[in-house]
Design a protein around this ligand. Structure first.
Ligand code: HEM
Ligand SMILES: [Ca+2]
Length: 403
């Protein structure tokens, strides 16, 4: 096993008053609030009002912006414990993400957040078969087991590359997976600034097989699996914004690096546009979860096809075609939920201020060259597909992402 220390959260204490409510002598309907340290007795009603007032005051005081703590080098954070993440940030930006790029490793980092966190099942927990799980770093701690699952095929390269960083910086695997994903996403033009909470313990169990959705799965199967982890079809659409900065390497290795949209380094809405165009040809061999795509070089996952055409998701999908800001907001909210699956949020420290602010961009969605509204395969009848311009020029092939 790796010698990784558990991230130490600041100790927390609770102030419980040494008081209790007892019924007042009949016929009074009141309960009396009696404190051991005081001879005063007041009614519970009054006591609770006082406590509520004190609690609101305390909340107001603690909610006030706290002074920033300097971490040196011109960087500062709200919580001093978060300074420890800057060396991790600098290391992965330079040595994992090739200088803060939104390329293959950053994409893999985003994907890994999902493949770790989705190892969580309310049904299995209720049946007493697999409690816990979720965003716990098990995909790194038990990479030999979890990367043998079909849905994680090829992720062994990623886990091998990621593990040494977590070990070197002595942070928990669960924290590292979510941190690397948030930093990777921030490298993408127009990307989200994801929340990052630190302090996940390093005590995961291997996830059972079968919890990560596969590109060959039906919409019913995928929605059921996501529901079992606490996500609605709408939230799944929000999470799938990640496929705007994505490519495949393992579904068809002969066309490794073929992206899911024409702008795989921009967290823009082109994925939602292009995935709704009629497929015309396979980029690869058409097997293992590939569907026909509309543009040469672009790869379409069958799972994206069935989800985007399903009545439970189609309108949400279409609503994001030309709404980058909503796409970012939705993704941030859904990722916040996913990154803490199986964790006790109150025990984590908010270190979001360590995550870089992504380069902002104002995107206007367009049809690829030669495509128009006539090529749209909309499954949403509630509102029309937005009116978009067409990129000028001849049809060009989307280039693969190469290392
Ligand atoms: C229905 C659920 C999903 C299915 C079936 C699915 C399937 C896939 C597949 C088959 C690949 C290609 C892997 C390869 O061959 O290298 C992929 C890539 C990717 N997925 Fe998903 N995915 C799903 C949801 C998600 C979610 C929720 C996220 C993130 C929040 C995500 C992020 C990514 C990213 C970033 C990549 C690109 C990885 C790279 O370029 O190396 N996916 N996905
Ligand atoms: Ca894109």
């Amino acid at each position: 096993m790796f010698n990784v220390q558990r991230y130490k959260n600041s100790s927390r204490t609770t102030n419980k008053p040494q008081c209790s409510c007892i019924p007042a002598p009949a016929p009074s309907p009141l309960h009396l609030f009696i404190c051991s340290s005081s001879s005063t007795t007041i009614t519970c009603d009054m006591a609770f009002k006082t406590l509520i007032t004190l609690a609101s005051l305390a909340t107001a005081v603690f909610a006030a912006p706290s002074p920033l703590v300097s971490c040196g080098g011109g960087r500062s954070v709200q919580n001093a414990a978060c300074c420890a993440w800057f060396p991790v940030l600098d290391d992965i930006q330079a040595n994992l993400f090739s200088g803060a790029q939104c390329m293959e490793e950053a994409h893999e980092a985003i994907r890994l957040t999902f493949h770790d966190a989705i190892g969580f099942s309310m049904a299995l927990t209720q049946e007493g078969k697999f409690g816990g799980g979720g965003a716990d770093g098990s995909i790194l701690a038990f990479s030999d087991i979890e990367t043998s699952f079909a849905a994680n095929f090829g992720l062994d390269f990623t886990t091998e590359a990621f593990i040494p960083f977590a070990v070197a910086h002595q942070v928990s695997f669960g924290d590292f997976v979510q941190f690397a994903g948030a930093v990777g996403a921030s490298n993408c033009l127009g990307g989200p600034r994801l929340q990052f909470l630190a302090g996940r313990p390093n005590n995961s169990q291997p996830s059972p097989d079968g919890l990560v959705p596969e590109p060959t799965d039906s919409a019913d199967k995928i929605f059921a699996r996501m529901q079992d982890a606490g996500f609605s079809p709408t939230e799944l659409v929000h999470l799938l914004s990640a496929h705007s900065v994505a490519a495949q390497y393992e579904v068809d290795t002969d066309v490794a690096g073929s992206p899911f949209d024409s702008t795989p380094s921009s967290f823009d809405t082109q994925f939602f546009v292009e995935s709704l165009l009629k497929g015309t040809a396979f980029v690869g061999n058409g097997q293992g979860g590939e569907s026909m795509s509309p543009i040469p070089g672009e790869f379409r996952l069958s799972s994206d096809l069935v989800i985007s055409r399903d009545q439970r998701a189609a309108c949400e999908w279409q609503s994001l075609v030309n709404d980058h800001q909503t796409m970012v907001n939705n993704f941030e909210a859904a990722m916040m939920k996913m990154a803490t699956l199986g964790q006790t949020v109150s025990e984590l420290v908010d270190c979001s201020d360590v995550i870089p602010v992504p380069a902002s961009a104002k995107f206007t969605a367009t049809f690829p060259p030669s495509k128009s509204i006539n090529d749209v395969d909309s499954a949403c009848s509630s509102f029309p597909f937005p009116s978009l311009g067409t990129q000028p020029g001849p049809v060009t092939s989307v280039l693969p992402i190469t290392a």
